[in-house]
Write a protein that binds this ligand. Sequence first.
Ligand SMILES: Cc1cc2nc3c(=O)[nH]c(=O)nc-3n(C[C@H](O)[C@H](O)[C@H](O)COP(=O)(O)OP(=O)(O)OC[C@H]3O[C@@H](n4cnc5c(N)ncnc54)[C@H](O)[C@@H]3O)c2cc1C
Ligand code: SF4
Length: 581
Amino acid sequence: MSGHGSSNGRVVPAAFPPPVDSRKEFVKRGLDAEDELIEVGVVIVGGGTAGLACANRLLQLLADDPETMERLGEVPVAVVEKAKTCGGHNLSGAVMRPGPLEELFPEMSREDWRKEGFAFGEVKKESVYILPNSKTKLRIPPPPPQHNRGNEVMSVSALARYQQRQAEDAGAYILTETSATQLIVEDGRVVGVRSGDKGRGKDGEPLGNFEPGTDIKAHATVLAEGCWGHITGAAIQEFDLAKGREPQVWELGVKEVWKVAKPLDRVIHTLAGWPLKISAKYGQIGGSWIYPMKDEKTGDDLVSIGFIIDLDYADATTSAHDLLQEIKLHPLFKGVLEGGERVAWGAKALPAGGYWAMPKLSMPGAVLVGDAAGIMNLASLKGVHYAIKSGMLAAESIYAALKRGESSFEDYEQIVEDSFIGKDMYEQRNTRQPFQKGLIRGGPLVNLMIATKGRFPGGRWSLHRNDAKPMFIGNSKDSYPKPDGKYTFDKLSSVFITGNATRDDAPNHIRVRKHVPREVAETWRWMCPAGVYEIPEDAPEHGEVDVIVNYTNCVQCGAITAKGGRLTTPEGGDGPLYQIT
Ligand SMILES: Cc1cc2nc3c(=O)[nH]c(=O)nc-3n(C[C@H](O)[C@H](O)[C@H](O)COP(=O)(O)OP(=O)(O)OC[C@H]3O[C@@H](n4cnc5c(N)ncnc54)[C@H](O)[C@@H]3O)c2cc1C
Ligand code: SF4
């Protein structure tokens, strides 16, 4: 491989795959003895918006059907969530299309959402800009996918907390601080998941407070793990769910919430342009947002500001965190933040492959929902309403099957395909792919795809994996601002305000090769928003280096999995504790 001994050559991270064998390590063959396991009706892995919408809807259906409820046993619905509370690991923009949430909780008005503290106002005005440079802006008419009037500004972290309360009140058993670490398969069928051990030391040794994990047996398993699913990945391999589909690709977003002196009156997006290097050589495609948030409880004016980068870039020194710091200094944003104060920070990846990259959505005994299913509309940056709707559709399909006394959830995929989710995803089926040619050549094709709803140029356009992109060490890093502690911040002080509570002696949950070409090491170092990867100061300038992995800083954004490593589940309760992201 050209990577060995390379001197800023073009090195492909995929040539240095992480030491992981998903099927062997993360699929457990058979359940433990009956007296050693927990038995539930439906187990949902992931207490994010999608998983909790599934729990909320299932419990609504079961409340009207005591017979089926009883058949599901003492615990009809269980949700396994690795964060300290639901919402702790959830982050989004977020401007949400309101329909599915209105359908899930029909008795609530949008005023009620705001009083509950997870919604922050209806979008009344919107502007889209291209930034030619660090000083000027060019306003353009919002492209159709960016039409946001009537949508609601939200926090998915706060929404998940609300959904958790609703689910618990309706009888769900929510196991927070619990990672699901293995998919349990018996006779070719998913029969539940295993929760992770707690209280292991750095080298995996049991400590004084050690508690072993438990098998959770279920009639149905819902995988709602979000953008990079640990168990979802194992399920995709075990049941060949990605056969005949395009590979999934990802983007990474870094976000801050600021308390501001004056309210912002509109949602603003910027596309391409400064500070990105848009030539095909650098391959940087991305954009930013700033959304107004009125906190009804405190009366505070807040904004959500963030930057998203497509993980198909080639310059190893691309950093979404630093690009966000840089963009805040543009007058368009600085004017809004002036006199304000940063109150939250976080980072998360999102699936960007669209329709052709969605895996098969069901397997014997289990289904996929939300981002875990790759259900995300990249052109409009919308996934929250799909997460809610797919969770609801999964609940309805599982409930109907269990009521009939059946155990196949095969029809769920077709139900999703026939819903507005399938229609929207199909219309956007080729929107992401032209960007692989770079913004200048691909951009006009993307516009054509959007304008013709995917009809022209039609067919199925292929995707290539993010970790197959050859990397070089460029100069994007040269323009990143030095942190001033007022507008711009470094990665470590940002991680600090997430409330990250990973024990210093926790086992390492990040799998990467430690000995890699500098191009790969630099890619990880700059990409990771939490500053997890370090290159020793005395490492050789060229050739291979030994990467230091400060895994206790990890905010579980998932990006490493796209660029040559693997995020696995940490011990339950570790990681950030987002409140308003
Ligand atoms: C930066 C950014 C901006 C976005 N902006 C918008 C926007 O403006 N509008 C919009 O509509 N959409 C937006 N999206 C997309 C939207 O946020 C997602 O589509 C949606 O939140 C996905 O919800 P989910 O429940 O599927 O996944 P998640 O919210 O990721 O939830 C998954 C949950 O599963 C848990 N989990 C995962 N694995 C395990 C395990 N093995 N064991 C236990 N727990 C586990 C996680 O801790 C997490 O709580 C944005 C996304 C990002 C990243
Ligand atoms: S180490 Fe954690 S925070 Fe850093 S890129 Fe990987 S998953 Fe994201």
